[in-house]
Design a protein around this ligand. Structure first.
Ligand SMILES: [Zn+2]
Length: 320
């Protein structure tokens, strides 16, 4: 393959946090998420860098309503997680974007679709289900994917790329059956096999070093479904992570870009817009520096910048 750079952005607003963080605290800790989102879209537009925006499917909606049985999305099978015993949709306000903007995101879809950089709208599940957990049955995953496909279709979007919530993989065949061509597998980093706390420490130590992040080749997980593994999470500036210098983040991503060029592989950067909510200007400057470096390599003909879906479609075509 040609040396390739992909950026995928997981946007979930409150859907990725409602199971562990009260809404008021989430809002306080993540100010102006829409402002962050719009600023990101403009940065990518300015540099003409296409990205895959993996949106939680519920954010395709401008509103939703409670069913006659009083439940939200009563047609969708619920997961049964040991760590969350309530109704997965119990916190869904069943209102609209004006009243509860953290639960709806049709305006975010508009922003991506109206950008000029050639973005892809991807999918981050419908309600941030943790697919790889034993509590997520095949029926729950199938219903979740169907809801994604249907809500995207109302916006004229055909989904091709999937990002597993919490990078927890499962039910791959259902992705393919619902028309997805690819997903982002977990970054194959050295600290990935470590258990919980050690893994987080490993991530921090790794970020402070000048080790290059991993680069990968796409692999066909199932016939017609490609894994485009992640390489590097763009680290936020919350808590102890603020002690890792801005320059270290830039240096690490640049090493990944250079390595992709050198080895003819894929460097896949990813983040959540809420990773930019704290120390936003600094985070934007990091991203600008990384994208600018990638654009320079692109202008010299040494690096392609693609969306996940475009690369997967090309791989599928090549195999056919
Ligand atoms: Zn809803």
């Amino acid at each position: 393959m040609r040396p390739t750079f992909i950026v995928s952005i997981d946007e979930e607003l409150i859907w990725g946090s409602f199971d562990h963080t009260p809404a008021l605290r989430f809002e306080r800790e993540n100010p102006d998420l829409r402002g962050v989102f719009r600023e990101l879209v403009s940065l990518f537009d300015e540099l003409r860098v296409p990205a895959t925006w993996a949106l939680v499917g519920h954010l395709f909606l401008a509103s939703c309503a409670r069913g006659e049985d009083g439940r939200a999305h009563g047609d969708l099978a619920r997961p049964r997680y040991r760590w969350f015993e309530r109704d997965w949709f119990g916190a869904d306000p069943c209102t609209d974007r004006d009243r509860d903007p953290l639960w709806y995101g049709d305006d975010l879809v508009d922003a991506v679709l109206s950008a000029r950089a050639g973005h892809e709208v991807g999918c981050h599940s419908f309600s941030h289900l943790v697919y790889g957990d034993a509590g997520c049955s095949a029926r729950a995953a199938a219903d979740d994917l169907r809801a994604c496909v249907e809500s995207a279709r109302t916006r004229g979007i055909t989904l091709r790329s999937f990002v597993f919530p919490r990078n927890s993989e499962g039910h791959h065949a259902l992705l393919r059956d619902n028309g997805f061509l690819c997903y982002r597998g977990e970054d194959p980093t050295w600290f990935r096999p470590l258990p919980g706390t050690l893994k987080r420490s490993g991530h921090l130590i790794d970020q402070a070093t000048a080790l290059s992040p991993p680069v990968s080749e796409p692999n066909e997980q199932l016939a017609g479904l490609w894994n485009l593994p992640g390489s590097m999470l763009l680290l936020h500036r919350r808590g102890v992570r603020r002690f890792i210098p801005i320059a270290a983040r830039i240096r690490k991503a640049r090493l990944g870009l250079e390595r992709a060029v050198r080895e003819g592989k894929l460097f896949h950067l990813w983040f959540h817009p809420f990773n930019f909510a704290v120390d936003r200007a600094a985070m934007m400057s990091v991203l600008r520096a990384v994208l600018t470096h990638a654009v320079e390599l692109r202008e010299r003909g040494r690096l392609d910048i693609r969306t996940m879906g475009d690369l997967a479609a090309e791989l599928a075509g090549g195999r056919a």
